[in-house]
Design a protein. Structure first.
Lengths: 99, 195
């Protein structure tokens, strides 16, 4: 398979994730869509690493996975804290940074 | 070669379908399950690109551990169905339009680039390409700083999660603040709440 197929597929998945972040209102689903975008980036990194015959891109993808895991942990922690304080689970209602 | 192409299209359709499911499904629980399918299809694509270790890590860490965390939180928060199309606001209709424009732009950037190697399957590679041994060797030699930074980031995230999830005491105490009913009060009753 040519590398361009993989890169276009990754661009498509990235755009689906971007559309989800822009349209959905539940922070849980927005986090899921962020995962989609990060994974699309990973796919592009690995496709280019295969194209260049060099494994550095795979190490980049591994680091991106670590960062994604950290982001999930913090994001879900914030959602659980919101739920405990009886705040609405809706990003439109959470437009201020006040605790 | 033909086998590779068939596998690519199966995995590609699975990945796109999973991604669309995440965005389109109304119940967050089904969105999470759809994302699991998407991640497994993506791991198949990683295998096609000779990234064996990353495919295994994707399935075990992502589709396994991280998604279990999501399922727990969705079950805890009680993911309610939200209307897909929020009432009012023409701005929200611009989201898919923006995404489409982004896709067209990215595709033009990829197809129109003068990178000749894009139209080739890639260079010839050694047999151990992408194996755990090779990746581990790279992580402990060339990318040692990034490796340590990642481990430190994980530590910070773990501490941050504990800080976020603990019960607030001391300076700001939402449980005794007027007008705020916490889950703690609802369970333990007035005797505990009057404390």
């Amino acid at each position: 398979m040519d590398t361009s197929w993989f890169v276009v597929l990754s661009a498509f998945i990235f755009c689906i994730g971007a559309a989800g972040v822009l349209t959905r209102r539940s922070p849980l689903v927005i986090l899921l869509c962020l995962e989609l975008m990060l994974n699309a980036g990973n796919l592009a990194l690995i496709a280019f690493s295969r194209m260049a015959g060099n494994q550095d891109g795979q190490v980049f993808a591994l680091i991106v996975m670590v960062v994604a895991a950290c982001e999930v942990v913090i994001g879900l922690g914030i959602i659980v804290a919101m739920y405990r304080r009886r705040l609405p689970i809706d990003v439109d209602a959470m437009s201020e940074l006040r605790g | 070669m033909l086998f590779e192409q068939i596998l690519f299209f199966i995995a590609g359709v699975g990945a796109i379908g999973g991604a669309l499911g995440v965005v389109m499904l109304r119940n967050p629980f089904y969105s999470v399950l759809s994302l699991v399918g998407h991640l497994i299809a993506l791991a198949l694509l990683f295998l096609l690109l000779r990234a064996d270790f990353l495919a295994a890590a994707q399935v075990v860490v992502y589709a396994g551990a991280v998604m279990v965390l999501y399922v727990f939180v969705v079950a805890y928060v009680g993911g309610s169905d939200e209307p897909l199309r929020p009432e009012g606001g023409g701005v929200s209709a611009l989201g898919p339009l923006f995404a489409l424009a982004l896709f067209v732009e990215l595709t033009i950037a990829v197809v129109g680039s003068s990178l000749g190697a894009l139209d080739s399957p890639g260079r010839d590679i050694a047999p151990g390409f992408g194996s755990p041994g090779e990746i581990g060797k790279l992580l402990l030699t060339d990318f040692l700083v990034a490796f340590e930074a990642a481990s430190f980031l994980l530590l910070v995230a773990a501490v941050g999660a504990v800080v976020l999830a603990r019960k607030r005491r001391g300076l700001e105490d939402p449980e005794t603040a007027p007008g705020v009913m916490s889950a703690h009060d609802a369970i333990s009753g007035p005797k505990e709440a009057a404390r």
